[in-house]
Write a protein that binds this ligand. Structure first.
Ligand code: PMP
Length: 405
């Protein structure tokens, strides 16, 4: 299977656009990816040939929609190597998945228990745990990882008999470093903590094997892996999903209801109240197929090569501070002391280059880096070397113009 970004980009209609009278250079992929024609076609096909509610009707269209909906669950289970499709719960995204776990495990926490996260977390993998700690009297502890994703020598003391939950990102969205996820999961399992991995930034780039990771929960969003917005996944081992209290109740998640009692449905339906995002689910099949049809090794090598190109172009520029690692990343996060990242962002946008300036929903990490925001260029499979070059050229132009103010 050959990998060629230029050929691949032809599958993404939006990339033909101009932005502010310049060819669009889309480098905000860590925020959300663009969608290939196959995903757009799947959505249109659903609405033109299969639209009906799932699991409820006993008619032709409902059967078609239900078959496609459950096929998508099988497809995603295969995509992340889950042992069974019942281990895949549909949510609206990573944030909802983490909240379902944080509320669902509330029963098992008491004062003195500890919830452990790392210093590289997105707010989505911080605030739900902090609020859970507030509600239960448990303590939120933060394992300090360096901005290189390394942990400090005495990390073991963070994992102890009080640790009930360990929640950690696989890759930092803000600076693109990988965490030593398998070692950390091993340490968490040694103290019998529930483990959750935030895979939001991993799924589009790396093949995910939840059985190999052996975590209790693995969560991600479709929109960051070429699927539609509004759909996400909560993967769980059966025993872990089984003990989650359903946060949302209503239709679909029940077997039998009287005014005095409710018998809940079996998994996965027990955790999926109400009419789901059927089109999003069906879009997930097309997105998984799209990724599975690529040479994944060549694809990630390409994405990393683009980030490396930018890193090498900018690393000797004394006005630029780079926070991302030189290798093994698809992100270059930087700042230019003396120039606000929003101003840099504005100039890049005026030239058609889309990046992200801000705190990347990671205020504590920004504080650790000693900045309030960074400018982040994040690469996807359809980006080209000339786009990476254009980003560098326009950034340097911006520094020259804005630096004189
Ligand atoms: N975790 C990480 C690492 C992320 O990058 C994001 C999205 N930026 C989230 C969680 C939240 O994802 P969503 O907004 O799709 O729920």
């Amino acid at each position: 299977m050959a990998f060629d970004a230029n050929t691949l980009r032809a599958q993404f209609p939006i990339l033909q656009l101009e932005a502010n009278d310049h060819p669009l250079v889309y480098l905000d992929n860590a925020a959300t990816t663009q969608k290939p024609q196959a995903v757009l076609d799947a959505l249109m096909a659903y609405y033109t040939t299969s639209n009906a509610n799932v699991h409820r009707g006993a008619h032709y269209l409902s059967d078609r929609a239900t078959a496609q909906f459950e096929h998508a669950r099988d497809r995603v289970a295969r995509f992340i190597n889950a042992a069974d499709s019942d281990h895949v719960i549909w949510t609206k995204g990573t944030t909802e998945s983490i909240n379902l776990v944080a509320y669902g495990l509330e029963w098992c926490l008491k004062p003195d228990d500890e919830i452990l996260i790392t210093s590289l977390e997105h707010h989505a993998n911080l605030v739900p745990w902090q609020q859970l700690a507030f509600r239960t009297g448990a303590r939120l502890r933060v394992l300090p990882l360096t901005s290189k994703g390394e942990w400090e020598p005495e990390y073991e003391r963070y994992f102890n008999e009080h640790t009930r939950i360990f929640a950690c990102t696989q890759i930092s969205n803000a600076i693109g470093v990988k965490t030593p996820i398998k070692e950390m999961l091993a340490a968490a399992k040694a103290v019998k903590a529930f483990t959750l991995v935030d895979g939001a930034q991993a799924v589009a780039h790396y093949p995910v094997d939840v059985q190999d990771l052996d975590c209790d929960f693995y969560v991600f969003s479709g929109h960051k892996m070429y699927a539609p917005t509004g759909i996400g996944v909560l993967y769980g081992k059966p025993h872990a999903l089984e003990v989650l209290t359903p946060v949302q109740t209503g239709g679909e998640m029940v077997r039998h209801v009287t005014y005095n009692s409710t018998e809940f449905n079996v998994l996965p339906y027990r955790l999926e109240a109400g009419t789901p995002n059927i089109e999003g689910v069906i879009g997930m099949t097309a997105a998984c197929d799209f990724l599975a049809n690529q040479d994944r090794t060549a694809m990630i090598e390409w994405e990393q090569k683009l980030a490396r190109y930018v890193y090498d172009e900018l690393k000797f520029n004394t006005s630029i501070e780079i926070y991302s690692p030189a290798v093994d990343t698809t992100v270059v996060s930087l700042s230019v002391p003396g120039i606000h990242t929003l101003d840099l962002n504005g100039y890049l946008d005026s030239q058609g280059v889309a990046v992200r300036a801000g705190s990347h929903c990671a205020h504590p990490l920004m504080a650790q880096l000693g900045v309030s925001s960074t400018l982040r260029a994040s690469f996807a499979c359809y980006n080209t070397l000339s786009e990476a070059r254009r980003f560098c050229d326009v950034l340097l132009e911006a520094i020259e113009i804005l630096g004189d103010d």
